[in-house]
Ligand binder design. Structure first.
Ligand SMILES: Cc1cc2nc3c(=O)[nH]c(=O)nc-3n(C[C@H](O)[C@H](O)[C@H](O)COP(=O)(O)OP(=O)(O)OC[C@H]3O[C@@H](n4cnc5c(N)ncnc54)[C@H](O)[C@@H]3O)c2cc1C
Length: 534
């Protein structure tokens, strides 16, 4: 229990995908006190609960509403990056696809000097949280808190896509997180009975009745407090007031890949030159803070369809009734319920492209819900899984109200564009198989058939978007790696009593959606912290 009302054993900053897990697990021990701080409001919103409702949360007060710098390789476009500013964080407004990446991703982490992070090491942390409705050991958990389920309503277009993939020569894969990642199949999702099951919902909400767990919503951590190289607590803004909270043991940063490095920089932990330029007193010169930014990117191939069954025309009384009354139908499922993984050449040791098939068609401005076509359609996202391009995040000023400068440097590595171009052929082939013929009426992404590689390149540069999987900005690595920010126990190098547990610590982006890997990181973090008590 707190020794006084402003001291807690552990302070967890950020209640997102990772922070909800960390706070819930730490507070399982009734002898320790935990304060969880979240900048955003509660998650009681119908758009959060309804699986297909999340696009409506973008550009609202529950989204940090971030933009990248102009991307030179993408015709100087600035890209929009939604990030949850709400209980549950980005996990409260994500697509709920449950994918872990490739086992080699984690073996690479371990080979880079991160003892305890190889595939066999991390598998138990994946399965710990998981409650899979169909799949079991050795790859899946069935006793965890987070439901991972198959769709109850399989959209006919999703079924047609899977068939088209097989017609195109790809194998059907019934478990992308099992023995083999390659092939086409249906995604499992973190949903139960037609409602989103983010980590705040399944782990944090039930833990909030514990006396040793305190949650402060609409409270923003502004700066870590330090005595020499020991973090002692955090200055928070609550209402209009600043107040200092003391951590008896540790502060755990779970602000996500953008806001964790952002808070470190404002606290004087980061590249010394940058900090001095902004007149921020340097507490610890750590070159890697904000660097090494990685993200997945995708472009879409798409058709208009004359059938009245896609997401574009779904908003009507029947589908709303189905969800509000029965928690069923198209709104009870994820937006991209089918997809797959392919290699673009036989020498690749793991898939380099992921498919996100959508039974709906987006307009040119994918983030403006009101601007989406009123005509039906479908589209296939081709996602680059292992980008070589790396970017960075910096502070624009010492003012904590200024948004960070985000430079992901998309497509600055030539290999990235090559893989995206190489995949075009396969995507196009799938889209034109007979299984999709009943739905294919007018080509819209791109507007014309592009046979020249240079035209396809132009199309990719014009339309590529982030998949919102930003990671790696406080990467894990040994002390002799000058870019590493945390060690294999997730402790910040050179600083005592401070760990990071979220997307930012990934040494390299996994080949797949990143939410499940972040849950895994959070589970392992909690175990590392509790294992170190005493
Ligand atoms: C639209 C969209 C769709 C996605 N779809 C999928 C998907 O289908 N499958 C998948 O695997 N991944 C998906 N992702 C990615 C995934 O959801 C995120 O990578 C993941 O949620 C990030 O988890 P995190 O814990 O690192 O950070 P977050 O979940 O972003 O949590 C960070 C939390 O910290 C809070 N915070 C930040 N700074 C402070 C501060 N100073 N003080 C207090 N609080 C603070 C934030 O408000 C936030 O709540 C998607 C992302 C988006 C945006």
């Amino acid at each position: 229990m707190p020794k006084d009302k402003h001291a807690y054993d552990y302070i967890v900053i950020g209640s997102g995908t990772a922070g909800s897990v960390v706070a819930a697990r730490l507070s399982e021990d009734p002898t320790i006190s935990v304060l969880l701080i979240e900048a955003g409001p509660h998650d009681r919103k119908v758009e959060i609960k309804m699986p297909a409702g999340y696009p409506a949360l973008q550009k609202t007060k529950r989204d940090w509403q971030l933009w990248t710098e102009p991307q030179t390789e993408l015709m100087d476009r600035k890209l929009y990056l939604p990030r949850g500013k709400v209980l549950g964080g980005t996990g409260a407004l994500n697509g709920m696809i449950y994918i872990r990446g490739n086992r080699l991703d984690y073996d690479d982490w371990a080979a880079a000097g991160n003892l305890g992070w190889g595939y066999q090491d991390v598998l138990p942390y994946f399965t710990k949280t998981e409650c899979n409705s169909r799949l079991g050991a050795p790859y899946h958990g069935t006793m965890g808190e987070q439901p991972v389920v198959d769709a109850r309503f399989v959209h006919p277009m999703n079924r047609a896509f899977i068939e088209a993939g097989q017609q195109s020569g790809l194998r059907f894969n019934e478990d992308f997180n099992g023995e083999q990642q390659d092939g086409v199949g249906y995604y499992q999702a973190t949903i139960l009975k037609g409602e989103r099951m983010h980590t705040a919902r399944v782990l944090l909400h039930p833990a909030l009745n514990r006396k040793n767990l305190t949650l402060w919503l609409e409270t923003t951590a502004r700066q870590l407090t330090m005595v020499k190289n020991r973090v002692t607590g955090v200055i928070v803004e609550r209402g209009k007031e600043l107040q200092t909270v003391h951590a008896n043991r540790e502060v755990i940063l779970c602000g996500g890949a953008i806001h964790s490095p952002y808070l470190l920089l404002h606290s004087g932990i980061g590249p010394a030159d940058d900090l001095q330029r902004l007149a921020i007193p340097v507490q610890q010169d750590l070159a890697g803070v904000g660097q090494h930014m990685q993200d997945h990117q995708q472009y879409f191939l798409g058709y208009f369809s004359d059938t009245r069954i896609s997401l574009n025309t779904a908003l009507g009384p029947r589908n709303l009734w189905n969800w509000f009354v029965h928690r069923s139908g198209i709104f009870a499922e994820i937006v991209s319920g089918a997809g797959g993984f392919i290699r673009t050449n036989a020498h690749q040791d793991r898939p380099q492209i992921q498919f996100h098939f959508v039974p709906g068609i987006a307009g040119d401005n994918i983030h403006d819900l009101k601007a989406q076509p009123k005509r039906d359609g479908f589209m296939l996202g081709l996602t680059l899984l292992k980008p070589q391009s790396q970017g960075y995040l910096k502070l624009r000023s010492g003012n904590p109200n200024d948004a960070p400068l985000l430079q992901p440097n998309f497509l600055t590595a030539a290999e990235d564009l090559k893989i995206l171009l190489d995949a075009y052929e396969t995507g196009w082939d799938i889209m034109h198989q007979s299984a999709l013929t009943p739905y294919r009426h007018q080509l819209t992404k791109p507007n014309n058939q592009l046979s020249l590689r240079s035209d396809r390149e132009q199309f990719i540069r014009q339309t590529l978007e982030s998949v919102y999987h930003t990671v790696g900005t406080c990467k894990m690595g040994p002390a002799n790696d000058t870019q590493a920010v945390v060690d294999a126990d997730l402790r910040v190098h050179g600083i005592d009593c401070l760990r990071i547990a979220d997307a930012s610590v990934m040494p390299d982006i996994p080949a797949g959606n990143v939410n499940a890997p972040i849950v895994m990181i959070a589970e392992k973090a909690a175990q590392l912290i509790l294992g170190n008590m005493g």
